[in-house]
Design a binder for this molecule. Structure first.
Ligand SMILES: [Fe+2]
Length: 224
């Protein structure tokens, strides 16, 4: 049976972050602010502690975080993650330090139904010629981001954007070019190699598998 393309990714037409939101997120990512691990230890989430701590940036210096695996892994080069906010199961925005209110405006682009499945928001950055080797997120991050909605931030055009690539079991590659908004399956093998431009994008993790996200999308129940 052929795996449908939407198992890997699908574009979401007519949805785009406002320019001021993009600029805010890029600026914040460039600040490279370190957050002391002590602050994160205050966050206790029954059953989700691992996730909560792993989300706290590649800049967290210590603790039980697995985020350091992202930026220090030999499989990755030039990557870092910037925490911008969290929603989902536990109303976490109230307990996470350094919560960014701009996340509210992005969160409110989603339908009430979709909001139930959103978990966290991070800005991922990659240095020029950085890369992320082919992987499935589950092995590194646990089962809390089965699918992800991506908003590219910079570069903001198809010519300069380095595509994400999916690797199929049949040995094919599926490059995902620049779209203002698209969804991707973190349980399918993916990776990318950056070009000469610093690369920034917002990721919104989704607790449900890709098929659920796709169904919401096709039924117009994902974004307002
Ligand atoms: Fe990934």
């Amino acid at each position: 049976m052929t795996i449908p393309e939407h198992h890997y990714f699908f574009k979401i037409p007519n949805i785009e972050l406002p320019e001021e939101t993009r600029n805010h997120l890029i600026k914040r990512a460039k600040q490279k602010k370190d957050i002391p691990i002590e602050q994160f230890r205050k966050v206790t989430l029954k059953g989700y502690d691992g996730v909560a701590s792993q989300l706290m940036f590649g800049t967290v210096k210590a603790g039980q975080s697995t985020a350091h695996n992202v930026s220090s892994s030999v499989a990755n080069e030039g990557l870092r993650y910037n925490w911008v906010g969290m929603y989902g199961l536990h109303g976490l925005k109230d307990v996470i330090p350094d919560y960014d209110p701009v996340v509210d405006s992005i969160y409110n682009m989603f339908t009430e139904e979709a909001k139930k499945h959103l978990f966290y928001f991070i800005v991922s950055s990659t240095e020029p010629y950085g890369y992320m080797s082919p992987h499935m997120d589950q092995r590194t991050f646990g089962k809390h981001r089965e699918s992800v909605i991506f908003f590219p931030l910079e570069p903001y055009n198809e010519k300069d954007w380095a595509p994400l690539t999916y690797y199929t079991p049949e040995g094919k590659t599926i490059p995902i070019n620049f779209y203002h908004c698209y969804a991707g399956n973190t349980e399918a093998v993916h990776g990318y190699e950056n070009n000469e431009h610093p690369r920034y994008h917002l990721q919104i993790s989704f607790l449900q598998p890709m098929e659920v996200l796709y169904k919401l999308h096709t039924e117009n129940r994902l974004f307002k």
